[in-house]
Design a protein around this ligand. Structure first.
Ligand SMILES: [Zn+2]
Length: 418
C-alpha cells in the first residue's frame, strides 16, 4: 500500500525525550516506520513524500476538558451560552472542526449543552462526513439533584437531574444507552457561578455510589467537576476516572489521588482561570466575584499541581474553552500556562497533552506517541515547540495536521515528487 513519508523532520515522539532527526512513514492509519534521517529504507514506491525542512513532527494534541457545544470560538464570538437548537448543533460541529484546525486530534468531553449532539457528531466524524477530533462523547452535565422547575418530560424520558440514587442510576444508564462514553457530574458547586458554592457537595454519598455502580455495569466512564476536598474524595471512593479542578484538595484528598494515580486523570482547567483574570467585560457585566475566585484558584493550583506531579498523578491540559472570553480554538494555550504557571518544561507539557492524552482517551498503546504501530495522528509544526511552547497556538505554524492517516491540512508546498 502506498503511504506518506515525512522526510527531514525533527520528531518529538510524545514520550518527553528530546526531539531527534528522523523520517517517518505512515501507511493506512498507522505509523509504520520511524527511521534515522540517514536511512535509505524509506520511501517505498508510490509514497507521497514531504520534505519538511527540519520542521517538528509531533503527535496530535488531546484536549482533556472539551466543551464543543459551548458556543464561542476564535472564529465566532457568541455573547452568552445558550443557543437555539439548530444553531447549537451546527456550532458544535463547527467547533469540532476548529479544534482539529488548531491541532487537537482528540477531545475528551467534559459535558454538553445538548443531550445527544456529541454522540451524533462523533458518528458523523467517524463515518468520514465531517472534520473533527476523535471524541469521547458526553451528554449534558448532571447538575444538582433537584427537580428542575417546570420541566416537562416525555413519557419514557429520564429526568436528567432528579434526586436519589435511583434517579442517578437512570441518568447514567440513559447516557450509556444513547451512546455516551463519559458521564459528567457536578459533584461540587462552583464559586465562579455562585460565591461559596465550590465548598458545597451537590450529591450524597449514596447517589455518588449509585453513579459508580451503574457506570461500571454499563461500561461508561465518569468525570467530575470537583472543587471541594470532599467532592474529590467522593469521586475517588466511587470510581470516577477524570477529576476536574480539585482546587481545594486537602492532605487526605492528595493521599487518595496518589493512591488512585494509575486509574485516574486530573485536569485543573487553568485556561479558564487565566482567561477570567484577563477578561475585560463591558460595564454591565460584573465579573468581580469571578475574578476574586479565579485569583484564589490560581494560587491554590500553583501549589496543588506540582504536589500532584510529585506524587505521580497524571495531570493534563484542558481548560474549559468555549466561553465568550475563553473561546474554543485557543485550547493549546493551556500548555503555555502549564509552563508559565505550573513549572513544566515545554517538553513536559507536550508529553502531558500527547502521551498522557492517549491514555486518557483509553488508547495508551496506540495513541499519543510517534512510534511504530501507533495511530497516525500527527502535527507538522514550523519551528520547535519544545523550545517555544507558544508556537503551537499559531494556526499558521501548524503546516500539517493528520488524523487517522488522513491529512486535515496538507503541507502541499513541501511535497516532492519521487
Ligand atoms: Zn467545564
Amino acid at each position: 500500500m502506498a503511504g506518506v513519508v515525512f522526510r527531514n523532520v525533527r520528531v518529538f515522539d510524545g514520550s518527553g525525550t528530546a526531539p531527534f532527526a528522523a523520517q517517518v512513514r505512515v501507511e493506512g492509519n498507522r505509523i509504520v516506520a520511524v527511521s534515522p534521517a540517514s536511512s535509505l529504507a524509506l520511501p517505498r514506491h508510490g509514497d507521497q513524500i514531504y520534505d519538511c525542512g527540519g520542521a517538528t513532527l509531533m503527535p496530535g494534541l488531546v484536549e482533556a476538558h472539551a466543551h464543543l457545544s459551548w458556543p464561542s470560538s476564535v472564529e465566532k464570538f457568541v455573547p452568552g451560552m445558550a443557543l437555539p437548537a439548530e444553531e447549537l448543533v451546527l456550532t458544535t460541529a463547527r467547533n469540532a472542526r476548529i479544534l482539529l484546525d488548531y491541532g487537537f486530534t482528540s477531545a475528551y468531553s467534559a459535558g454538553s449543552l445538548s443531550r445527544r449532539v456529541e454522540v451524533a457528531l462523533r458518528e458523523q466524524i467517524e463515518s468520514g462526513g465531517m472534520p473533527g477530533p476523535r471524541l469521547v462523547a458526553s451528554s449534558v452535565e448532571r447538575t444538582p439533584p433537584i427537580a428542575a422547575e417546570g420541566q416537562v418530560l416525555n413519557p419514557g424520558d429520564v429526568d436528567p437531574h432528579g434526586a436519589g440514587p435511583e434517579s442517578v442510576r437512570a441518568f447514567v444508564r440513559s447516557c450509556a444507552e444513547m451512546g455516551a462514553r463519559s458521564v459528567k457530574f457536578l459533584l461540587s458547586g462552583e464559586d465562579a457561578l455562585q460565591p461559596g458554592a465550590s465548598q458545597q457537595l451537590l450529591y450524597t454519598e449514596e447517589e455518588a455510589k449509585a453513579a459508580g455502580d451503574e457506570a461500571a455495569a454499563a461500561g461508561v466512564w465518569l468525570a467530575a467537576h470537583a472543587q471541594a476536598a470532599e467532592a474529590v474524595k467522593m469521586a475517588l471512593r466511587n470510581g470516577f476516572r477524570v477529576l476536574y479542578h480539585c482546587t481545594y484538595a486537602d492532605e487526605e484528598a492528595l493521599d487518595m489521588l496518589e493512591e488512585a494515580r494509575d486509574e485516574i486523570f486530573v485536569a485543573p482547567a487553568i485556561g479558564i482561570i487565566q482567561a477570567t483574570l484577563e477578561a475585560m467585560p463591558p460595564p454591565h457585566f460584573d465579573m468581580q466575584e469571578m475574578k476574586r475566585s479565579a485569583a484564589e484558584v490560581l494560587e491554590l493550583q500553583q501549589r496543588l499541581v506540582p504536589e500532584l506531579r510529585k506524587r505521580g498523578v497524571r495531570i493534563l491540559p484542558g481548560g474549559d474553552y468555549g466561553f465568550p472570553f475563553n473561546p474554543n480554538g485557543r485550547n493549546a494555550r493551556d500548555l503555555e500556562l502549564f509552563v508559565d504557571l505550573f513549572g513544566y518544561t515545554p517538553r513536559e507539557a507536550l508529553h502531558a497533552a500527547t502521551e498522557l492524552g492517549g491514555a486518557l482517551m483509553g488508547m495508551p498503546e496506540e495513541l499519543g506517541r510517534i512510534a511504530e504501530g501507533y495511530l497516525a495522528d500527527l502535527l507538522l509544526v514550523d519551528g520547535d515547540p519544545t523550545k517555544d511552547i507558544a508556537i503551537i497556538q499559531d494556526r499558521q505554524r501548524l503546516v500539517g495536521v493528520m488524523k487517522d492517516g488522513h491529512f486535515h491540512r496538507t503541507p502541499h508546498t513541501l511535497r516532492v515528487s519521487q
